[in-house]
Design a protein around this ligand. Structure first.
Ligand code: TRP
Length: 361
């Protein structure tokens, strides 16, 4: 893990174009490491992924996969229930995630895609894991506190406090040693490392202590100049058509200053558009701003529409093709679930043996 520990753990300054992302280099390091790495990360199935997800994490997952890191992607369906009473449209959202993954370059021959709910042995790991953390530790988790503050529920469920231990099961069932995540997931990774360490101390070594792999968290702003997020209604979905994209960008917030400059603090709308173009072109947003100069927001929007649509055309074409073959999609998930089950069963057997629960019956 020494090589990975050397990978940057701080997000770089905002506004860095996609080319300066740090994780691709880390991917190469991981691939070259003497022990092959296993990476696990995932998403809650709450909707289609957008350009913020793509430039923020999805692109890097594909880079890691392509660099030879054995990859697991969990579709965290039980986790959807942390902040709402009912997880709606799950089947549709799960299919959308699989489509977004595959269209972005996730290769099911090299990456295991699966859902929580299909892997009973993974879920059973939650029980011993819960015995390894205190209630106080669970209550201190800053990400959980933040989610409670923004929850749409009037009461807080037990799942809200315990899902970080469940997330430890997501990661440890396959003994992943690398977990690419954003800053907000670091407390959960700390819980995971604590559980792995305590389990090993108490029962003998079974688990690695996985490392977080922080991506450089490139700034991706939505069409209103604030962080791109589905719940803010400012997102451009990966799966949007060229026309939908044009419409969203046409309506994007800009300002009255005709000269285009990159200034995320004072001109978030214009800067967000510049960043989208910058990520697509692999160029600095300042350079693109200078090129547009006095041509104004209309020219900027025309350019952003063109480069976004051009950049994502192949992905969107692949996605549309795949969406026509639901039997294929279901097959990918069925195979992913089967592989995850095989590994989870093996790990659970090890865990029970270590805990003295192998009764020879
Ligand atoms: N908590 C993550 C999120 O909200 C999703 C997730 C579930 C996850 N299990 C995981 C991420 C395991 C990394 C590893 O985005």
């Amino acid at each position: 893990m020494a090589a990975l520990a050397a990978a940057p753990t701080q997000p770089t300054e905002t506004g860095a174009p996609a080319m300066t992302l740090v994780t691709p280099a880390a991917a190469d390091t991981a691939a070259a490491a003497p022990t092959p790495s296993r990476m696990l990360t995932g998403d809650r199935p709450t909707g289609r992924l957008h350009l913020g997800h793509y430039f923020g994490t999805l692109h890097n997952r594909v880079r890691l996969q392509d660099a030879g890191v054995e990859t697991f992607l969990i579709i965290a369906d039980y986790q959807v229930l942390t902040d709402r009473d009912v997880a709606e449209h799950l089947a549709e959202h799960v299919e959308d995630l699989v489509l977004d993954y595959l269209a972005a370059g996730i290769d099911p021959a090299r990456t295991t895609v699966f859902t929580h709910s299909a892997v009973p042995a993974l879920n059973q790991l939650l029980l011993p894991f819960l015995s390894l953390v205190s209630v106080a530790e669970l209550q201190r988790n800053p990400t959980v506190k933040d989610e409670i503050a923004h929850s749409r529920q009037s009461t807080v469920s037990g799942l809200m406090f315990t899902y970080p231990a469940h997330q430890a099961a997501d990661i440890l069932f396959c003994k992943a040693d690398v977990v690419p995540v954003g800053q907000d997931q670091l407390p959960h990774l700390e819980v995971t490392r604590t559980i792995a360490r305590r389990f090993n101390d108490r029962y003998g070594r079974v688990f690695p202590e996985p490392e977080a792999l922080l991506s450089a968290a490139p700034l991706v702003l939505g069409t209103d100049g604030t962080k791109m997020s589905k719940s803010r209604g400012n997102a451009i979905a990966l799966s949007a058509t060229a026309d939908e994209t044009a419409k969203l960008i046409r309506r994007a917030t800009t300002d009255a200053d005709r000269t285009i400059t990159y200034d995320p603090d004072r001109r978030p709308g214009v800067s967000g558009l510049l960043l989208l173009a910058a990520h697509c072109l692999g160029r600095a947003p300042e350079d693109i701003a200078a090129e547009i100069g006095d041509a104004g927001a209309a020219r900027l929007k025309a350019l952003v529409t063109e480069v976004v649509n051009e950049h994502f055309a192949p992905l969107r074409a692949r996605r549309a093709d795949l969406a026509r073959d639901r039997a294929y999609l279901h097959g990918i998930l069925r195979e992913g679930n089967a592989r995850a089950n095989e590994i989870a069963d093996r790990t659970l057997r090890e865990v029970r043996t270590a805990m003295g629960m192998d009764y020879g019956v």
